[in-house]
Design a protein around this ligand. Structure first.
Ligand SMILES: Nc1ncnc2c1ncn2[C@@H]1O[C@H](COP(=O)(O)OP(=O)(O)OP(=O)(O)O)[C@@H](O)[C@H]1O
Ligand SMILES: [Mg+2]
Length: 293
């Protein structure tokens, strides 16, 4: 049971930090439990808070290969699990080397003609694996049934080949933006983790880690303005990715501190809708935001 990547919650935090991922206590704790219990981790939260990055970081620190199933509308079993390489099968048949149909059939439904998609790939092989099922909410409801089956006992039955069982269970991370409710059955199977925007202290640390040239004062200002923007009623709230981009931009612009002009000139890095930019321009009280201590 369990993947056994980590020895404690602190071990999770320390290792992830080395890989450039700063985990809150809640994140580190849930990752540790998922690792111990061998349960899939369902990570939900707004765009750009580090859901996908978390799975990549776990793979990196545990020396695992990362197998990613990117979900989208219309994804099906053939894309998620496996399919037969029809072109190759046809070629083999037309080459017509087999004596009987029975021989041909056994031949073309062998491993050689099997195209492994991420779910099957993740349970095949003996190396440690992190299976990232990204943006699960984008897939249609029916795909959840398939996920339940595979995540239930980590085995897949290919009628022509038999049942393939994982020799080593992967560490599974499912992400969702909650654009659609995932089924109760899938939730029940998983450990649940909600990642929200980080608190200011954590976000300052993330900025300083990701944009080393930024000093403490500028990092603090950036994070405060971002927090103020997130408190506004905007169409798209700035995510951690935007905070990082903004800090990088300011560095490029050679801006040591934030003032009205710099903010106005660079706001397009942070806000991606004209209405939001207009709203922020009118509503953001920069001196108040930067004064508050
Ligand atoms: N805790 C963190 N530590 C370090 N970097 C972080 C953290 N959280 C977010 N980031 C940064 O934010 C970026 C965006 O994260 P990511 O792509 O994982 O978001 P997401 O939650 O998967 O978003 P989406 O829902 O849009 O897919 C990452 O590239 C990473 O640099
Ligand atoms: Mg993502």
């Amino acid at each position: 049971m369990g993947t056994g990547f980590f020895s404690s919650v602190d071990d999770v935090s320390a290792k992830l930090a080395e890989a450039g991922y700063l985990a809150s206590t809640a994140v580190a704790t849930t990752v540790f439990l998922a690792d111990r219990l061998g349960k899939p981790l369902l990570v939900e939260g707004p765009a750009g808070v580090g859901k996908t990055e978390l799975a990549k970081a776990v793979a990196a620190v545990s020396g695992s290969r990362l197998v990613r199933l990117q979900c989208y509308e219309g994804i099906d079993e053939a894309r998620a699990l496996y399919e037969w390489n029809h072109a190759k099968q046809l070629l083999r048949i037309t080459a017509g080397r087999e004596e009987t149909w029975e021989d041909a059939r056994t031949d073309i439904f062998g491993e050689e003609f099997l195209l492994r998609r991420p779910l099957l790939t993740a349970i095949s092989g003996t190396e440690p694996t992190v299976l990232l099922i990204d943006e699960t909410d984008k897939a249609d409801m029916e795909v959840e049934g398939l996920l339940l089956e595979v995540l239930g006992d980590f085995q897949v039955t290919v009628p022509e080949l038999g049942t393939i069982t994982a020799t080593r269970e992967p560490f599974v991370v499912l992400t969702s933006n909650a654009t659609r409710e995932l089924s109760e059955a899938l939730r029940r199977r998983c450990l649940f983790l909600h990642i929200d925007f980080p608190d200011e202290e954590l976000e300052r640390r993330i900025v300083r880690l990701k944009v080393p040239g930024v000093d403490a004062v500028l990092a603090d200002s950036v994070v405060r303005v971002i927090a103020a923007l997130r408190a506004m009623d905007l169409r798209k709230l700035p995510s951690v990715a935007e905070t990082i981009d903004w800090a990088r931009t300011l560095l490029e612009l050679g801006a040591g501190t934030l003032d009205e002009q710099v903010v106005r000139e660079s706001l397009g890095v942070v806000l991606k809708h004209q209405d939001d930019i207009v709203k922020a321009g009118a509503g953001l009280k920069l001196d108040q935001v930067l004064d508050a201590s």
